[in-house]
Design a protein. Structure first.
Length: 260
């Protein structure tokens, strides 16, 4: 999910911004499992199937990039490690809040403080990746994905011009209950949200931003078509999505008359 205003601004600024800017080359992702007061805690048994789907989703995106002649290599880590299954948000996460801040920022900062030291997610970004065993060298893209137990649409906070610079360090929240009770097609949902972070927009007649509306119905197999109600193998990445995430240099013919 992505807010309409974000989608329109993303399209109008014609470029992807933030730490997850272009989906090419090396990308480092931290998946942080978070408990809160709104659901029971993550367990090893609940966390494991989510991690398998994360893996499937990332390998699928790499394969799709390769089909466009793009080298894409994800490195990812799921934290916390060891005996601790999840970090605690220190309160209840409001799953109906689809704004990047301030609501989500408060608990996200608490989680990061627990993993590193006090500060905001953005100010502790490098420390956070280092603590996760995935140090940044400044040449790669990066994003954080919080995994929270719920049964609601997930959300990606892509950064766009004019937004609070804190969110230049881009992040998403994957809501899932884990295992049998989880989202049936979590692998395609994860790919969908990650593509949002890197600039893709929803491709569904009711959700697509105006300049793309007339083309949306042609992309029912695109993983950006919503809702994602099939296994990831059933989806493709069409030329509009490929163009928006940096896999196509030239604008698809169907967009020739649009301002994108
Ligand atoms: Zn979406």
């Amino acid at each position: 999910m992505m807010l309409d205003t974000e989608m329109v601004q993303r399209i109008e600024c014609k470029c992807n911004l933030g730490s997850a800017a272009v989906l090419v080359g090396d990308q480092k992702l931290l998946f942080i499992f978070v408990d809160d007061d709104g659901a029971g805690p993550w367990t090893v048994e609940l966390r494991q199937p989510v991690q398998i789907k994360i893996e499937r989703s990332l390998r699928w995106l790499e394969d799709k990039a390769q089909a466009f002649g793009i080298r894409l290599r994800f490195q990812h880590v799921c934290i916390p490690f060891g005996l601790s299954v999840a970090c605690h948000a220190g309160g209840c996460i409001d799953e109906a809040d689809y704004c990047a801040g301030p609501g989500h920022l408060i608990w996200q900062n608490r989680v990061v403080t627990g993993l590193t030291s006090s500060g905001t997610v953005a100010s502790r970004w490098d420390d956070l990746f280092r603590a996760g065993g995935l140090p940044l060298n400044g040449t790669e893209g990066s994003a954080v994905v919080f995994c929270v137990r719920r049964w609601v649409p997930s959300v990606a906070f892509a950064f766009f011009e004019g937004e609070n610079v804190e969110f230049e360090r881009e992040r998403a929240i994957i809501y899932d209950n884990g295992g049998e009770a989880g989202q049936l097609f979590l692998d395609s949902l994860i790919a969908h949200e990650l593509l949002h972070l890197y600039g893709a927009v929803d491709l569904a007649p009711g959700k697509t931003p105006e300049p793309l509306k007339e083309f949306a119905s042609q992309y029912s197999d695109d993983v950006m078509h919503t809702p994602t109600q099939r296994s990831i193998e059933c989806y493709c990445i069409g030329d509009i999505t490929a163009y928006l995430v940096g896999w196509l240099k030239t604008k698809p013919a169907c967009l020739a008359q649009t301002p994108i």
